[in-house]
Structure formats: structure tokens, C-alpha cells
Design a protein around this ligand. Structure first.
Ligand code: HEC
Ligand code: HEC
Length: 345
């Protein structure tokens, strides 16, 4: 019989302290029973990029969450190993550890640990079974040692789906963008906006609050507030028309809470690195930031749950271009290329 014992491998966990280096940021909360360690993140990173997690060994988490797309797949709707298209667009995992008010577009899941269990068995994603995946991990050359180093298990048969999910969650919490965008550098006094970016900034945050007729309120900050550029709330930004509470094609958050006042609401996503994660919205309906701005300028479609902040906004072409220029200051040149986040294989 094969030797399952791992105790000859040292278990020496080293705490990982995320480098946020931005005083405006909140604390990164971590579950008591899953604090980040260097080896935990390393294991999670390997699992994230490894097709060992999929039924036919053809796809991994990274197939739909690619670093080049700010950890999206740059598709309107994602496709799993069987080529079946889902109904939602892949989400950026940038700063995902700060999403304390529910995950997914509709908020149906609460923790990254819980989330990480789902794609493996989802028939339109990795379409495998956890017992098979766990068996592959136990029999692999690579993983038993990594699980030992990350979690101190004594034997290969202590590898479980829950430990795999914990490691994935640790890696995901490390995907932080907090200090390298032009926006952050301006705030930290290390750079300055050009005139166009400054105009966009002033409209985004309504700096003049109506006192300057040349600088209209674009209303964005109510939902996409700094520093995360999301308030993590669920809002209806007027994507779909419905005369009634029940008439939405996708009920969104309402399907989760059962409250009709939540119908048609979706989680406000971060705008950090938004330049790299097209197409936009939960169903990827807008190809460009230009189309997104046209939507906000029009105020979108009527429905009973549309936010009162979604009144049409009056921006001329110069102002619209300035908004887009400001949004691009949220791009983090180091994030997509960060060697710590890249494919380790
Ligand atoms: C087939 C494509 C696909 C694969 C494979 C995939 N995802 Fe996703 N992921 C998505 C889509 C689509 C969503 C949005 C789903 C929704 O809101 O209903 C999403 C959402 C998420 C979210 C929620 C982010 C947030 O801010 O709420 C996390 C976390 C995540 N995925 C992690 C993973 C991990 C970890 C894996 C591998 C175990 C994985 N994904 C595999 C497509 C995929
Ligand atoms: C009432 C709250 C609210 C306001 C105000 C608001 N947004 Fe949004 N925004 C959202 C929500 C909710 C979504 C996701 C909607 C969905 O996909 O169903 C979103 C999505 C986006 C997206 C696409 C993000 C992605 O990852 O696909 C961009 C870009 C965006 N908003 C920019 C802006 C800008 C610029 C402004 C100001 C002109 C603005 N938003 C005002 C709530 C708001």
C-alpha cells in the first residue's frame, strides 16, 4: 500500500501580511479559521490555475478569471467545459476579499471559502465531482506536500475539498489593488491628474455640489465610492425596463432575499481596473466604457426599483470623454502583470 504519511515534511506556517499601503482602505478581514499564510496562498494559486479541478482536465478557475482581463474572461457570458454558456458575465476578482456584503452579482453566497466549492461541480463551469478531484489531489506528485505545508495535515487522506477551498480563498484575498493606480498616486501625493482626468474626478465625486454650473453631478460616487469604488450594496442602475416588480428577466438580488423591492438589483461592482474587464454589467451587454457612459447619461430604463440616483445626467461630449479618462486612472498597471498572481505552472 502507498505511504500516506506526510509528517516528515516540515510544517512551518509563515503569516502573510497583505501590502495595502493606503490609509483610506478598510482592514482586510480574514476568517479566524483561515488566516493567510505564504504556503496557503501558494497552494491556492496552484489550484486556481490547475485544470486538475475540472471534469475533463481542460479548464481551471483561471480560464474564466484571467489576469489579463483583471481576472475576468473578457466575454459577455462565460462558457464551461461542455461549452454551455451561463447567464452571467465573469466577475473581476480584484479586491474580492473586501466584498463583505455577499458574492456573485446577486449576493447569493457569503464567503470566498463557500464560493470556491461551487465552480468545481457546477455543470456549466468545471463540471467535475469533488470526490474525484480530491482523489486526484491525493494521488498527485505535487499537492500532498503543498497541503501539508499550508495546513499541517499528517496524511494524504486528510486532503479535503474544504481545505482546497480555504487555499483558493487565501489566494483570492491576496488579489489586491490599493496603491498603484494613477488615482491612488494622486491621492497619496505622488502624481497629478491632467485637466481632463480632473474634470472627470470632479463630476464623479460631485466636488462642487451644484455650485459650479460647468461641472455637473455625475452621481457615480453614491454607489461606486472610494476607496473600493463600490459600496458593496445591491442597486438597480436601470438596465432593464419593467412596469411591475415581477417583470425583470433576471430578478438578481430579489431572487436571493425574496423581497420584491430587491428585484432587478445587482451588486455594485468595483470600478478599479475597469479599463481591462470589458464587456460590462452582469450580462456583459456593453462592449465599451463609451456605451456604459451613454447608458448613465440616458438614465437607463424605468422600473419600480431603479435607484433615484439614476436620473439622466446632462454630460456633453467633452464631459463624457473626461469621465472615461478619469475611469482609466483607476487602472493598476501592476495588477494584471503581478508575478505573485500569475500562473505558477
Ligand atoms: C466557466 C467560467 C467560470 C469558471 C471556470 C470559474 N468562474 Fe468564477 N465566476 C464566473 C461567473 C460567470 C461569475 C459570476 C456568477 C454570478 O454572479 O452568477 C463568477 C464569480 C466568481 C466569484 C464572485 C466574485 C464576486 O466579487 O462576487 C468568485 C470569488 C469566483 N468566481 C471564483 C472562482 C474560483 C475560485 C473558481 C475555480 C474554483 C472559478 N471562479 C471558476 C465564471 C467562472
Ligand atoms: C444607483 C447606483 C449606481 C450609480 C449612481 C452608478 N452605478 Fe455604475 N453600477 C451600478 C450597478 C448596480 C452596476 C452593476 C449592474 C448590473 O450589472 O446589473 C454598475 C456597473 C457599472 C459599470 C460596469 C462594471 C462591470 O464590472 O461590469 C461601470 C463601468 C459603471 N457602473 C460606472 C459608473 C459610472 C461612471 C457612474 C456615474 C456616471 C455610475 N456607474 C453610477 C450602480 C451604480
Amino acid at each position: 500500500m502507498e505511504d500516506l504519511d506526510l509528517t516528515h515534511i516540515p510544517y512551518d506556517p509563515v503569516t502573510f501580511n497583505p501590502e495595502i499601503d493606503n490609509p483610506t482602505f478598510p482592514q482586510l478581514e480574514q476568517p479566524q479559521d483561515n488566516q493567510m499564510t505564504v504556503d496557503g496562498i501558494d497552494l491556492g494559486r496552484h489550484l486556481f490555475y490547475d485544470p486538475i479541478l475540472s471534469g475533463d482536465l481542460s479548464m481551471s478557475c483561471s480560464s474564466c478569471h484571467l489576469p489579463s482581463g483583471s481576472f475576468t474572461d473578457n466575454l459577455a457570458l462565460s462558457k464551461g467545459i461542455d461549452g454551455i454558456e451561463g447567464t452571467r458575465s465573469s466577475m473581476s476578482l480584484l479586491n474580492v476579499g473586501f466584498n463583505y456584503r455577499g458574492l456573485f452579482w446577486d449576493g447569493r453566497i457569503f464567503s470566498l471559502e463557500e464560493q470556491a466549492l461551487l465552480p468545481v461541480e457546477d455543470p456549466i463551469e468545471l463540471h467535475a465531482s469533488w470526490p474525484n478531484v480530491v482523489q486526484r489531489l491525493q494521488e498527485s506528485e505535487l499537492y500532498p506536500e503543498k497541503f501539508r505545508k499550508a495546513f499541517g495535515i499528517d496524511s494524504k487522506d486528510q486532503i479535503t475539498k474544504d481545505l482546497a477551498a480555504k487555499a483558493l480563498a487565501q489566494f483570492e484575498r491576496s488579489l489586491i489593488s490599493s496603491k498603484n493606480s494613477k488615482f491612488d498616486k494622486v491621492l497619496l501625493g505622488e502624481d497629478v491628474f491632467n485637466g481632463q482626468e480632473l474634470l472627470g474626478y470632479e463630476m464623479f465625486f460631485d466636488i462642487y455640489q451644484g455650485s459650479n454650473p460647468d461641472i455637473p453631478d455625475a452621481q457615480c460616487f453614491h454607489c461606486h465610492d472610494q476607496p473600493l469604488f463600490t459600496n458593496n450594496a445591491y442597486e438597480n442602475n436601470g438596465l432593464d425596463e419593467s412596469q411591475t416588480y415581477e417583470g425583470f428577466t433576471d430578478l438578481g438580488h430579489g431572487k436571493v432575499t425574496g423581497i420584491i423591492g430587491d428585484n432587478g438589483k445587482f451588486r455594485v461592482p468595483t470600478l478599479r481596473n475597469i479599463e481591462h474587464s470589458a464587456p460590462y454589467m452582469h450580462d456583459g451587454r456593453f462592449e465599451t466604457l463609451d456605451e456604459v457612459m451613454d447608458h448613465y447619461i440616458s438614465g437607463g430604463h424605468f422600473s419600480p426599483t431603479r435607484s433615484t440616483f439614476m436620473d439622466s445626467i446632462e454630460l456633453n461630449t467633452v464631459q463624457k470623454e473626461a469621465m472615461i479618462a478619469f475611469l482609466k486612472t483607476l487602472s493598476d498597471p501592476n495588477f494584471n502583470e503581478n508575478p505573485d498572481f500569475s500562473n505558477p505552472f
